[in-house]
Design a protein around this ligand. Structure first.
Ligand code: GAP
Length: 448
C-alpha cells in the first residue's frame, strides 16, 4: 500500500460506511459542519472514553467536570478572547497564521510567504443573545475552548474534592470558533469537540510537570496504535507562543496535508488565575499546608481535539492490501477504538442457520458493540466489516448446528479459529484484551 493515504479516500470511506456525513446534506450542506453517523459516533465515543480513562479514571490527581457552553461574558474579557480578536486580521491561506492587517507590509505571510486573505474585523467567537432582548447588554458567546470552565471552577473543585496540588481538572465538550479558513474535512471546523486537562501545580514545579505531560500525551497516541513515525513533537518558537503561554509543544501527526497539530501542551504559568482573580474580585490563591505558603498555581494544559484525533486514527488505520487477487480495504483500528467489536454473520440467510445466529447475536450484545449481517455473500460481508475495522467476525455455518461451534475470524491476520458457542464470549473478551490469535494481530505488535 502507498505510504500516503489521500484525504479523498478517507472522506469517501467515511460517507460510504456511515462514519461522517456533511451536516444538513439534503439542503446542500453547511460549511465546515459535519455529522457523525452510526459508525462514527461509536469511534468518537471510544476515543473520548480512552482519554477519560487515561486522564481521569486511572489517576487520583485528576477530577472531571462538565461546564456550560455559555459563560458570563466577563470570562471572555478576562481570558483575552474579547480583545484579542477584534482587530482587522488577515490569515495566511497556507500556514493559517493570523496577522493584524496593520502589521503586514507586503501582501504575503511574514512566516511562510503564503497568500493572505482580505482583512476583516474579526472576532473568533460566535455571539448570541441571552433572553428575549437582542441588545449589547445581553450578549453571550459560545465558548471557543472548554478551558475557561476549569479555571473559573478551580476554587469550587479544590474545596469540594478535598485534594491537594498538583491537581488536574478535565473536561470533554464542544467548542465553537468562527474560523476564517476551515477545511480539510473534520480537521478544522467551526464546531468541534475538545478534550482538555488543566493541571494546577506549585510554581517552580511547572517545568517538571510540563515535560511529564508532553511525554504522557505523546505516548497516549502510540498506545492507541498510531505509528510512532507519523507523530512528532514541535516546540513553539518565542514569537509563536500564545499571549498566555510560557512554553508550548504541539504533538503533530503527518496528515495528508502535511505535519499538522493534533494536540497542544502549554505551560500557561499563572496567567489564567491572575486574570480571573482580577476580573472577578475573588482571591483564587491556594494555601499550601506543607510549605505554609499561599500562591497562585501555575497551569499545565494538554489540549486535544476529538475530531482531529478521530481523523488521525482513521488515516493511520487505513490500509489497502491485495488478498487472493482482490484489493481489500481494512481499518486496522485498535480493538478498543473499533466502532463494532464483533459481527455475527450466518453463512447464508438459510432458515436453519438464522435462529442460532440470532441467539448468539443477542447473547453478545450486552457485552460488546455487536452487529448482525446476513445480506449478500459471506466474502462481501467480511469486506464490509474490514472496511469499518471490526476486529472479529463470528460465522455460523451448517457444521455449527451439529457441533455447536462457530468460527471467529480475525481482521488483521485473517486467521480463523473454531470455538464452542459456550466459550465464545470469554474467548472474544480475551482476544479484545490483546490475547494473541494464531497469527499475532498487527495492532499488538505495533504496541511494542
Ligand atoms: N485551551 C487551549 C486551546 O484551545 P488550541 O490549540 O486552540 O488550544 C486545542 O486548541 C486543540 O483543539 C487543537 O490541538 C485541535 O486538536 C483542536 N482544535 C482547535 N481548533 C479546532 C478547529 N477549528 N477544528 C477542529 N479542532 C480544533
Amino acid at each position: 500500500m502507498p505510504d500516503k493515504v489521500d484525504m479523498e479516500k478517507i472522506v469517501s470511506l467515511c460517507k460510504r460506511r456511515g462514519f461522517v456525513f456533511q451536516s444538513s446534506e439534503i439542503y446542500g450542506g453547511l460549511g465546515s459542519c459535519w455529522d457523525y453517523g452510526p459508525m462514527g459516533v461509536e469511534l468518537k465515543r471510544n476515543v473520548k472514553d480512552a482519554w477519560w480513562k487515561a486522564i481521569v479514571q486511572e489517576r487520583d490527581d485528576v477530577v472531571g467536570i462538565d461546564t456550560s457552553i455559555m459563560m458570563h461574558p466577563k470570562v471572555w474579557k478576562a481570558s483575552g478572547h474579547v480583545d484579542s480578536f477584534t482587530d482587522p486580521l488577515v490569515e495566511c491561506k497556507s500556514c493559517h497564521l493570523r496577522w493584524r492587517a496593520s502589521e503586514i507590509n507586503n501582501q504575503l505571510c511574514p512566516k511562510c510567504g503564503g497568500e493572505l486573505t482580505e482583512p476583516r474585523m474579526f472576532n473568533l467567537m460566535f455571539k448570541t443573545f441571552m433572553g428575549p432582548v437582542e441588545e449589547e447588554a445581553s450578549t453571550v458567546y459560545l465558548r471557543p475552548e472548554t478551558a475557561q470552565g476549569m479555571f473559573v471552577n478551580f476554587e469550587n473543585v479544590i474545596t469540594t474534592s478535598r485534594k491537594k496540588l498538583p491537581l488536574g481538572i478535565a473536561q470533554i465538550g464542544k467548542s465553537f470558533r468562527n474560523e476564517i479558513t476551515p477545511g480539510n474535512f473534520i480537521f478544522k471546523t467551526r464546531e468541534f469537540e475538545q478534550m482538555e486537562l488543566e493541571y494546577f501545580v506549585k510554581p517552580g514545579t511547572d517545568e517538571y510537570w510540563f515535560d511529564y505531560w508532553v511525554k504522557e500525551r505523546f505516548d497516549w497516541y502510540i498506545r492507541l496504535g498510531i505509528r510512532k513515525e507519523k507523530l512528532r513533537l514541535r516546540q513553539h518558537s518565542k514569537d509563536e507562543l500564545a499571549h498566555y503561554a510560557k512554553d508550548c509543544y504541539d504533538i503533530e501527526y503527518l496528515f495528508p496535508i502535511g505535519w499538522s497539530e493534533l494536540e497542544g501542551i502549554a505551560n500557561r504559568g499563572d496567567y489564567d488565575l491572575t486574570q480571573h482573580a482580577k476580573h472577578s474580585g475573588r482571591d483564587l490563591s491556594y494555601y499550601d499546608g506543607e510549605s505554609n505558603e499561599r500562591f497562585l498555581p501555575y497551569i499545565i494544559e494538554p489540549s486535544a481535539g476529538v475530531d482531529r484525533s478521530v481523523l488521525a486514527l482513521l488515516i493511520d488505520a487505513y490500509h489497502e492490501e491485495v488478498v487472493e487477487g482482490e484489493t481489500r480495504v481494512v481499518l486496522r483500528l485498535h480493538p478498543s477504538l473499533a466502532s463494532m467489536k464483533v459481527a455475527v454473520l450466518p453463512l447464508s440467510r438459510n432458515e436453519k442457520l438464522t435462529p442460532l445466529a440470532k441467539e448468539i447475536y443477542k447473547q453478545l450484545c450486552p457485552s460488546f458493540m455487536t452487529c448482525y449481517d446476513d445480506s449478500q455473500s459471506i466474502g462481501r460481508r467480511y469486506r464490509r466489516q474490514d472496511e469499518v475495522g471490526t476486529p472479529f467476525c463470528v460465522t455460523i455455518d451448517f457444521q455449527s448446528l451439529e457441533d455447536n461451534q462457530v468460527t471467529i475470524r480475525e481482521r488483521d491476520s485473517l486467521a480463523q479459529i473454531r470455538v464452542p458457542v459456550e466459550e465464545l464470549e470469554k474467548t472474544l473478551e480475551a482476544k479484545l484484551q490483546g490475547e494473541s490469535f494464531e497469527a499475532s494481530p498487527l495492532w499488538a505488535t505495533r504496541q511494542k
